[in-house]
Design a binder for this molecule. Structure first.
Ligand code: F6P
Ligand code: MN
Length: 313
């Protein structure tokens, strides 16, 4: 068994080499690598907090809050000294932070620990990062140059796209991110669906769309963690994730800047689509840090179908 493992490592392609071969420019690949490394520290924090959990169960809620905040601190501290980042916007902060000197190329958005309430149940959670040039208050299509997410599950994986396809890496026992899936491409149509929001809160159009998927035999897959739920669609090569407009919250729940744009970028690079039901996620202008949007993201067929049901054409 030992031999098999070392053979695997010997011939594997690590993250830096992969990005270099793919022609990702130097600063961007250093940045992506640094953030991927931060995933190890965030993971260590998760483990640390779980150890405390055994002794201090009654302060569990505080621990959860701490975990979000520590993931945010880890990212901010690292990015501050990277030399490549001008501004840092995080779901954990009320305002954009100027962390560079003012001449750096990149603007970062982070959802440092998405789905942190799932820590309690030992389901996978994740970190979502968008890397922009020039500004974050624009259409994602004009400013996003790369996106990545890290999943903290039984394994730690990292998926990134720098506009040259979508690739998955697995953190191995030596602490290296090793290429596991290159140029992931979704099928035109998948067979799983992941549904956010209470059914009684759905609009009649959305309900009809979901009933269509149900008659087509789609299987339900929803963990309540955006990162693993999107990762499932990606790694299974298709299907749909939706968190729709709800009667009480017509903009849905998920955040455009921190959650939706980066995932839309990654899924588009894998040959899929992402819309709010009508418009493409990457064509929606960001005016507000906490802007929300409905989302339909996954294989082309399902996302197109959603538009047909929602617009009547
Ligand atoms: O960040 C918001 C989030 O926790 C996502 O990770 C997830 O997809 C969604 O909310 C789950 O929402 P709900 O609990 O309403 O299903
Ligand atoms: Mn989140």
């Amino acid at each position: 068994m030992g031999e098999g493992i070392s053979d695997y490592t010997k011939f594997s392609v690590d993250l830096r080499r992969h990005m270099w071969k793919a022609g990702v420019e130097m600063e961007l690949r250093r940045l992506i690598w640094q953030i991927a490394v931060m995933g190890k520290y965030i993971s260590a924090k998760i483990h640390e907090s779980n150890r405390k959990l055994a002794g201090f169960k009654n302060i569990f809620d505080e621990e959860q809050l701490d975990l979000d905040k520590s993931a945010d601190e880890i990212l901010k501290n690292q990015l501050q000294y990277s030399g490549f980042v001008r501004e840092y916007a995080s779901e954990e902060r009320d305002a954009v932070m100027q962390i560079g000197q003012g001449n750096e190329k990149y603007f970062i958005t982070a959802d440092p620990l998405d789905g942190s309430s799932l820590v309690e149940t030992n389901l996978a959670i994740g970190t979502i990062i968008g890397i922009h040039k020039e500004s974050i208050f624009a259409e994602g299509r004009n400013t996003l140059v790369a996106s990545m997410y890290i999943t903290y599950g039984p394994l730690i994986t990292m998926v990134y796209s720098a506009g040259k396809g979508t690739h998955e890496f697995v953190l191995n026992r030596e602490g290296e991110y090793v290429l596991s899936e290159e140029n992931i491409q979704l099928r035109e149509r998948g067979d799983i669906y992941s549904l956010g929001g209470l059914r009684r809160e759905w609009t009649p159009e959305h309900l009809k769309y979901i009933e269509f998927l149900e008659t087509e035999g789609y299987k339900l897959r929803y963990s309540g963690g955006f990162v693993p739920d999107i990762n499932q669609v990606l790694i299974k090569r298709g299907g749909i994730f939706t968190y729709p407009a709800l009667k009480k919250s017509p903009k849905g729940k998920l955040r455009l800047l921190f959650e939706l744009q980066p995932m839309a970028f990654i899924i588009e690079q894998a040959g899929g689509k992402a819309t709010d039901g009508k418009e493409e996620i990457l064509s929606i202008k960001v005016d507000d840090l906490n802007q929300r949007s409905a989302i339909y993201i996954g294989s082309r067929f399902e996302v197109e179908k959603a538009r047909e049901f929602l617009t009547g054409r």
